[in-house]
Design a protein around this ligand. Structure first.
Ligand code: 5GP
Length: 199
């Protein structure tokens, strides 16, 4: 599992989209949210969009691997498709916030490699959010405040990626994704050794 977090506006989504095209045998976890659909976003591609009532019912029914309230909206990862992708031996990639990362680590710690993506500094993040033009001033302020809170938790992650030079950041993200499947904690070392000596 590759968990990617980072403030909105860090360039995280663009980096992940390019990375997903360059890595084989990968499954991107599409989250469910109660937030409004932005212009250009598509149902089932960016998110599954449901109402607050539907989301709360899904929580009660235990359908989420993790869920969190981010900027006053619910976001969550459905468990079923993740388990299927894992049993198909795919690298499962998540775009989730720091709260989701913590829960995923508690549940699947040995399976997880995590990356926190951010900008060079706060000013650049603010400029990117303003330039994107998809959010109101109030929402941008909320997102900036949330970014500062999230930045206090970067040491919970395996890697910190500063997206200043996009191509370099992409190269680094691809390298991390490719290496994620080589973690010794993912394998049964005794089984591997038995196989290795038994040939
Ligand atoms: P946005 O509204 O900009 O698409 O996403 C806002 C934040 O929600 C981002 O930090 C993103 O990583 C996080 N997020 C998206 N999906 C999920 C999810 O399923 N679970 C959690 N915990 N966070 C999510």
């Amino acid at each position: 599992m590759l968990v990617v977090s980072g403030p909105s506006g860090s360039g995280k989504s663009s980096l992940m989209a390019k990375m997903l095209n360059q890595i084989d045998n990968v499954y991107f976890s599409i989250s469910t949210t109660t937030r409004e659909r932005r212009d250009g976003e598509e149902e089932g591609k960016n998110y599954f969009y449901i109402t607050k009532e539907e989301f709360e019912k899904d929580i009660q029914e235990g359908l989420f691997l993790e869920w969190a309230k981010v900027h006053d909206n619910y976001y969550g990862t459905s468990l079923k498709p993740i388990l299927k992708a894992l049993s198909d031996d795919k690298l499962v990639v998540f775009d989730i916030d720091v709260q989701g990362h913590k829960i995923a680590r508690e549940k699947f710690g040995h399976l997880i490699t995590s990356v926190f993506i951010t900008t060079k500094n706060q000013k650049v993040l603010e400029q990117r959010l303003l330039k994107r033009g998809t959010d109101s001033k109030e929402t941008i302020q909320k997102r900036l405040n949330n970014a500062i809170t999230e930045m206090h938790r970067i040491d919970e992650y395996d890697y910190l990626l500063v997206n200043d030079d996009f191509n370099l950041a992409l190269e680094q993200l691809c390298a991390i994704a490719k290496s994620a499947k080589c973690k010794t904690s993912l394998i049964d070392s005794k089984k591997f050794l038995n196989y290795w000596v038994g040939v």
